[in-house]
Structures are given as structure tokens and as C-alpha cells.
Design a protein around this ligand. Structure first.
Ligand code: G
Ligand code: MN
Length: 406
């Protein structure tokens, strides 16, 4: 039996098949859950969730006659209540389950995994254990509904309030061949007096809406360069990558600004890299392309981020001077046991090779993940197995201690 206090305890099974309902219920009880309720009727299950029934874990069948699992997820996401963790269940295998998982996550639900019927105690335990270790070991950012106010955002960006301000975290990128730290990705967070450290969803969309995104980007960029320049003074030539929105390049002056700031601060452009999400690759206009090209000519690195989640075509990729491809963690974490993810991972690596780009695997969480991406020929690894995002002081300690993966 798994330790109860570490796991969610109240569970709800929503499945129209009474036999499967009963099987799932006894499996959950076996795993130490309780109370476990079951429902064969999606509408009434939604009603009781809406009514405030306490549910920590929801097992949801994707195929039900009245409201199918996908519509169920949509209703659930719209509810103004604490969300249960969700495990999807289906008679289907592979792709449908994967697509449903991605869809659920894009709706903002906490989808912990997806299982094919018949669900065994072992498979359910594995999904819940993975979820559990993620939840207990990761000091989760507040992924809640918390959003800053416009006043807080402005004051913070302008540096008027030291307890409420943008904050940089860094996640090391490690060379698979040498095991060395070659660079870091800069991740924007928000230090809030009231709520602690907030993730990007709490302030990036707001900054975009209110026209403050370029101030924020500029702040992140200059802080990153200052950081790189400090490392250089300590004889460590670690590179840094900054995430950019393709929208920033609508302003033709933006790339000039990026070049100028690096020059002013005496940091060589080769030390810096920009990451653009693959989902934005289709929005690259001739103006953006020109900007990217001029950055490339200055020898900044250009990376295509979250690869596999967007819908860029080979033509898009071929025409843009990317130097690096970062495979989204969806296709890396646990890929050994997921045929769909594995084939996307392999294909992405082949594509990067053909286009002469270096490849980074994101979301390497275990030794097994590392071994797989090493075997498949990835150049770099980023992920919890080596290092979580950390602040500048923690990074210095990490750089001292790091002696390769074990
Ligand atoms: O979209 P982008 O790849 O820039 O996202 C980076 C985010 O991924 C960071 O917020 C970071 O916390 C998270 N992250 C980094 N490594 C891992 C990992 O190994 N597993 C998981 N689940 N998340 C990770
Ligand atoms: Mn990134």
C-alpha cells in the first residue's frame, strides 16, 4: 500500500461501464484511497463536483454516451473550484490517449496520466507514484489563478518595489558528451510579497495585454547579460538563453536594441541565445525573419523551443536560421515507455540533424530519460534529473558541486 498522507485521498471514478467502475474502485481502495465514489452518469458527476464535493483524484473514462470525457474536461476546467488531479482512462491505446492528455493540459487541468483499459493496480500505482513524487519533490510554483494587478506589475517592472518584482531563475543545460554545464536558460518569475514566487502565467499574459511586455523582456534581457558578465569575470564562460516572443520582432528596432545592449555591456553575442516557441514559428513575417537573420549574423544563438507542440512545417524551419532545436518535455519524460513520444523524439532528432541544428532534450527527469536521449544522440540535456531552475546563488553552489550525472 502507498503512504496515504502523501497521496490524494478522496477519489471519484466516472465511467459508464459498471464492471470497469467496480474494478477501478477496488484498485483505488487497494492503493489506500478513501472515500472512493463512482458514477456512471457524467452529468450528475459534474453536478456534484460543481456543488463542491471534495475530490482529490478523478479517474475519467473518455468514452461515455451522454457527455464524453473530452467535454467533461472542458466543463471541469470552467468550474470555479479547486481542481482534482485527473487520470484519463480509455479503451483506446496510444495516440488518442496522448491527444486527450495534451488537450486536458491545455485546458489547464492537472492531468497526471492516461491508462488503457483494463487498468491494473500496478499501472495505476505507477502513474500516481510519478505524480506524487513530482508533487512532493518540486516546490511547485503557484500555478493557481493568482494574477498580479496592473499597478503591481508596473511598479515591479520599473524597479520601484523590491518586495514585488521580476526575478530570474536559471536552469542549467548540460552537455551529454562531456557532462559539463555549457549554458543556462533564464526563466522569468515574479517575486510577490503576498504570494511568494509566481510562475510566468501570473504576469506574462497581463504584461502582453497591457503593452508592458517589451519593458519586461528588456529587463529580463539586461539582467541576464549582467549575470553573464559576472560569470565571465569569474572565468566561467557559461552562455545564457532568453525566451522571446515573436511579437517583439514586430518592432524593427528590437533586434538593434538587443545587439546594442550586449555591446554596451561588453558581452559577446556568442554568449547569448534566444528561444522562440515552435508554436510561433508560423507567425514569422518577413520583418521577423530579417531581424532573426541579423541576430544570427551577429552570432547570437537562435533556438526553437517546445519543439513538437507547435505545428510548424519543414519549410518554416528550413528558412529560419535556427541553430538549436529544443524538444519539448512531453516527448522526453518517460519516453522509454511511450511509443508515441519515442517516435516523435526520434523524428525530431533526425530532423535537427538534417537541418544542421544542435538538439536539446528538455524534461530529462530520470537516469532512464538521460540514457535514452544519450543513445538517440542528443547534444544537451535540461531537466530535473540534473538541475531544477534555481536562483543565482544556488546556481553558483551547483556549479561548484556538479561533477556530471550519476
Ligand atoms: O517552455 P520552456 O521549455 O521554456 O519551459 C521551461 C519550464 O519547464 C520551466 O518552468 C521549468 O520549471 C520546467 N522544467 C524544466 N525541467 C523540467 C523537467 O525535467 N520536468 C518538468 N516537469 N518540468 C521541467
Ligand atoms: Mn525555453
Amino acid at each position: 500500500m502507498m503512504s496515504e498522507q502523501a497521496l490524494a485521498s478522496a477519489a471519484l471514478v466516472v465511467d459508464d461501464d459498471p464492471f470497469s467502475q467496480e474494478l477501478l474502485r477496488s484498485t483505488l481502495i487497494n492503493l489506500g484511497f478513501g472515500p472512493v465514489t463512482t458514477s456512471g452518469d457524467a452529468r450528475s458527476a459534474l453536478g456534484s463536483l460543481e456543488g463542491g464535493d471534495n475530490v482529490d483524484l478523478l479517474l475519467l473514462d473518455l468514452h461515455m454516451p451522454d457527455v464524453d470525457g473530452v467535454r467533461f474536461m472542458r466543463h471541469l476546467a470552467e468550474m470555479d473550484r479547486p481542481q482534482p488531479k485527473v487520470v484519463l482512462i480509455s479503451g483506446e491505446r496510444g495516440r488518442i490517449l496522448n491527444t486527450a492528455q495534451s488537450l486536458g493540459r491545455s485546458l489547464g487541468l492537472q492531468i497526471e496520466g492516461a491508462l488503457s483499459k483494463p487498468v491494473s493496480v500496478d499501472s495505476l500505482r505507477a502513474v500516481l507514484m510519478a505524480a506524487n513524487s513530482r508533487f512532493t519533490t518540486e516546490p511547485r510554483l503557484q500555478q493557481s489563478m493568482i494574477t498580479l494587478s496592473e499597478t503591481e506589475l508596473k511598479a515591479g517592472i520599473l524597479g520601484k518595489d523590491s518586495g514585488n518584482r521580476p526575478l530570474l531563475q536559471f536552469q542549467p543545460k548540460i552537455s551529454v558528451r562531456s557532462g559539463e554545464i555549457v549554458s543556462v536558460e533564464t526563466l522569468a518569475r515574479w517575486q510577490s510579497r503576498e504570494h511568494g514566487i509566481l510562475g510566468p502565467e501570473a504576469f506574462i499574459p497581463l504584461a502582453e495585454q497591457r503593452g508592458l511586455i517589451s519593458e519586461l523582456t528588456n529587463r529580463v534581457y539586461t539582467d541576464t547579460i549582467d549575470q553573464v558578465s559576472e560569470w565571465l569575470k569569474k572565468d566561467s564562460d557559461i552562455k545564457a538563453a532568453v525566451n522571446l516572443s515573436i511579437n517583439s520582432f514586430q518592432d524593427v528596432e528590437f533586434s538593434k536594441y538587443l545587439i546594442e545592449v550586449a555591446r554596451e555591456r561588453g558581452v559577446s553575442c556568442q554568449q547569448l541565445m534566444f528561444e522562440v516557441a515552435e508554436s510561433q514559428a508560423t507567425q514569422i513575417t518577413p520583418d521577423c525573419l530579417e531581424a532573426l537573420l541579423s541576430l544570427r549574423l551577429q552570432r547570437f544563438g537562435l533556438s526553437i523551443d517546445d519543439f513538437g507542440t507547435g505545428s510548424s512545417s519543414l519549410t518554416h524551419l528550413k528558412n529560419i536560421p535556427f541553430t538549436e532545436l529544443k524538444i519539448d518535455r512531453e516527448f522526453v519524460t518517460g519516453a522509454v515507455n511511450d511509443a508515441g513520444a519515442l517516435s516523435i523524439l526520434e523524428e525530431s532528432i533526425n530532423l535537427a540533424r538534417k537541418l544542421n541544428m544542435e538538439v536539446v532534450a528538455e524534461g530529462v527527469e530520470t537516469r532512464e530519460d538521460w540514457r535514452l536521449v544519450e543513445e538517440l544522440g542528443c547534444d544537451y540535456v535540461q531537466g530535473y534529473y540534473c538541475a531544477r531552475p534555481m536562483d543565482q546563488e544556488q546556481l553558483l553552489v551547483f556549479m561548484e558541486k556538479w561533477s556530471g550525472p550519476h
